[in-house]
Design a protein around this ligand. Structure first.
Ligand SMILES: NC(=O)c1ccc[n+]([C@@H]2O[C@H](COP(=O)([O-])OP(=O)(O)OC[C@H]3O[C@@H](n4cnc5c(N)ncnc54)[C@H](O)[C@@H]3O)[C@@H](O)[C@H]2O)c1
Length: 338
């Protein structure tokens, strides 16, 4: 049984910790790490875990811990992943992989040198709907792909650490990393050129201290194989969690994603037709996160190549950096082949 330690017991950390506590074949939740005492105690209490560490380095000394799920704020990913690799621990690192391409390179090198698995948290690649669309593309159901449009709108106000673009890379990284990965996956190609525009329309509290922060972004892309891409990103939208993709082919269209939560529609003379909106990524991608964790354990215990590699993480960070540069400089940015 692979002993898994979840590092960071915030919003996304708890999803992984609960998955491993409930049961992932071949693994068990061995330990938790978080410097925030209350968050750590609450997670340990809920999940019945006594090996709770305030300092990551203590967990690395624990022989019960053979693998780590890194779910801290993004700016810490590099340091934690490199330390885990050096200590011989396998790693599932949440997206975005890191802040810069250089950091990603260091993480990949450390995992290779120490022969540990490094998987990156693009869980949409484990989602049944996203997978079915990929299969339809490969079967040629819509003919050759011409354009992929992907949007993610998040309902909540960003975590305070996300306002600082130098520390987080902003919504293109925190929200749209997933869309970037989906475009690479569905086009089967790499971004060649991007042009992005962005602004802060809904987060007035961030304007004074973080004038560069944007809560809405549109990114247009050309791929090396000639396909076209578009990404829409938004945070603090309030109405719900909205994640949809359209793949336009030479002879058809694929639409991925849903906005409706549950299957009940209420019809009244006053309200018309009312259906609840998906509230959170936690509900929409519940099965995808569980399958992602199972896939990680298979990669470690059965030697399967991780479905999402460090290189996938790095190439997404390259697009984030190019997109943010395009926003800053107000012009299209060409990406070098990596
Ligand atoms: N795959 C997804 O859909 C998804 C969804 C949400 C967040 N994320 C990613 O997960 C990461 C965390 O995001 P979040 O929304 O859970 O953030 P969060 O702020 O809710 O939680 C982060 C947690 O990390 C803890 N932490 C800080 N420093 C630490 C350290 N040195 N060691 C251990 N723990 C530490 C914090 O105390 C906090 O509890 C980010 O990289 C984010 O982009 C991914």
């Amino acid at each position: 049984m692979l002993g898994v330690c979840v590092v960071g017991t915030g919003r996304a950390g708890l999803i992984h910790a609960r998955n491993f506590a409930r049961g992932v074949p071949g693994a068990h939740l061995a330990a938790l790490v978080d410097p925030q005492k209350e968050a750590l105690a609450a997670a340990g209490g809920e999940l019945g875990i006594s090996r709770c560490y305030a300092d990551f380095r203590e967990a690395l000394k624990d022989p019960e811990v053979q693998a780590m799920v890194v779910v801290t704020p993004t700016r810490l990913h590099r340091e934690l992943v490199v330390a885990a690799a050096r200590a011989g621990r396998h790693i599932l690192c949440e997206k975005p992989m890191a802040i810069t391409v250089e950091e990603c390179r260091e993480m990949i090198r450390a995992a290779e040198e120490h022969r540990v698995v490094l998987q990156v948290g693009f869980m949409r690649r484990f989602d049944p709907g996203f997978l079915a669309a990929k299969e339809a593309i490969e079967r040629g159901d819509i003919g050759p792909v011409v354009q992929v449009k992907s949007l993610t709108h998040g309902p909540s106000v960003p975590q305070p650490w996300m306002y600082d673009l130098a520390a987080s890379n902003g919504p293109l990284a925190e929200v749209n990393s997933h869309d970037i990965d989906t475009l690479r996956w569905y086009t089967g190609s790499e971004f060649q050129e991007v042009y992005a525009v962005a602004g802060n329309y809904r987060c007035p509290e961030a304007r004074a201290d973080y004038p560069d922060f944007y809560d809405n972004v549109s990114l247009l892309a050309r791929f090396r194989n000639g396909m076209q891409g578009f990404i829409g990103g938004a945070v603090s939208v309030g109405y719900g969690y909205d994640s949809r993709v359209e793949v336009l082919g030479a002879r058809g269209l694929l639409c991925v994603g849903r906005q409706e939560q549950g299957s009940v529609t209420t019809c009244t003379p006053e309200g018309g037709i009312v259906r609840p909106f998906v509230k959170s990524w936690r509900n929409l991608f519940q099965e995808a996160y569980a399958e992602e964790d199972r896939g990680f354990v298979r990669a470690v215990t059965e030697g399967e190549a991780p479905r999402v590699s460090g290189r996938d993480g790095l190439l997404a960070v390259q697009v984030v950096e190019a997109g943010n540069r395009s926003i800053r400089e107000g012009r299209p940015v060409t990406l070098p082949e990596l």
